[in-house]
Design a protein. Structure first.
Length: 98
């Protein structure tokens, strides 16, 4: 995603995005617009990427998987979650079948 793409989605100019990158920080309203454009929560904006898993209380690998699923189209997301739930059911049931 380019600066121009982000700017369009956030409703600001490309120069504004450039200013943010160069330490001229956005207003809270623009932070909210930026987060919406990037598909993230506002609180995530303020937490270092390496610390996000700690706040979600899940492993970094699970966070990566969750973020990937979250970016899917609704029908893809439903299919992926269905497959994951089916797989988890098998893993949970398999040991008790012995």
């Amino acid at each position: 995603m380019t600066q121009e793409d982000i700017a369009q989605k956030a409703g600001v100019t490309q120069q504004t995005i450039s200013n943010w990158i160069n330490k001229r920080y956005p207003s809270l309203e623009n932070i909210e617009n930026l987060c919406n454009a990037l598909g993230m929560e506002v609180w995530e904006f303020f937490i270092p990427k390496d610390d996000i898993a700690k706040y979600y209380k899940i492993s970094p690998e699970a966070l990566i998987a969750a973020q990937a699923i979250d970016r899917l189209k609704p029908e893809q997301k439903a299919a992926a979650l269905g497959m994951i739930n089916g797989f988890l059911d098998v893993l949970m049931i398999a040991p008790s079948r012995k």
